[in-house]
Design a protein around this ligand. Sequence first.
Ligand SMILES: CC(C)(COP(=O)(O)OP(=O)(O)OC[C@H]1O[C@@H](n2cnc3c(N)ncnc32)[C@H](O)[C@@H]1O)[C@@H](O)C(=O)NCCC(=O)NCCS
Ligand SMILES: Nc1ncnc2c1ncn2[C@@H]1O[C@H](COP(=O)(O)OP(=O)(O)OP(=O)(O)O)[C@@H](O)[C@H]1O
Length: 200
Amino acid sequence: MKSWVITGGAGCGKSTVTKLLMQQFSEAAVLFSADLAVAEALRSAATLKELAGVFGSQALSTSGGANRQWLREVVLPNSESRKKLEAILHPVVLEALEAARVGAEKVGANLFLAEVPLHYEIGGTVSADLVIVVASSRSIQVRRMMETRGLDEQTVHKFLEAQWPIEAKVERADAVIWNDGALASLEAQVLTLASPLLQA
Ligand SMILES: CC(C)(COP(=O)(O)OP(=O)(O)OC[C@H]1O[C@@H](n2cnc3c(N)ncnc32)[C@H](O)[C@@H]1O)[C@@H](O)C(=O)NCCC(=O)NCCS
Ligand SMILES: Nc1ncnc2c1ncn2[C@@H]1O[C@H](COP(=O)(O)OP(=O)(O)OP(=O)(O)O)[C@@H](O)[C@H]1O
């Protein structure tokens, strides 16, 4: 079984590439999403307790879940607080990833596809046969994030400042998908990347 990591910048098209790859491989691939693992962690009693212990009750919403807006607006822009949040979330996400990889092996998958947006920021510790960076120019990143997430420009820049510059990710990538163009160009690049493994 091959393990591929999909990473890149916010709004660059990681989820779109992941979806296209899953369409190509269909049942032969097993998908893991770090964003979904974070969402799941933020619903678990153990993580919520840790969050409240570190940040106080403001980290929780009135309904008892995580207060994502507060985390995004207050914790994310402050590198010290962000590190504390990451120290809670990253071990949970990495454990879930390794469990999913074992599950994929067990069902005889040909490909384990892990979408890990912050692969490099968290130290590149997820082992992979191929790390694919999905990249686009900053202006396009900002536009896509504003359009699809309904965020204002200032919030988008806060997200982007919490991430490595896309150039640093491109430098370290095993493969790069440049996604500034039309969807047809993205699809063609994905097919080129997937073909050797599809034919193996
Ligand atoms: C505070 C949180 C929960 C608020 O989430 P929110 O709903 O606003 O954003 P969402 O999770 O949808 O992320 C939107 C995009 O922003 C970027 N982003 C999100 N979190 C971070 C972060 N901590 N650092 C840098 N970029 C981030 C990513 O590209 C992501 O795809 C979120 O910002 C966060 O810290 N998530 C944890 C990210 C993480 O640790 N992932 C595991 C390793 S990949
Ligand atoms: N080549 C493209 N042409 C037009 N729209 C695109 C293209 N690539 C991606 N998009 C759109 O841009 C938005 C962001 O793409 P996507 O969700 O795949 O990015 P992402 O890197 O996963 O983002 P995030 O980090 O915010 O989760 C989506 O609405 C997607 O449909």
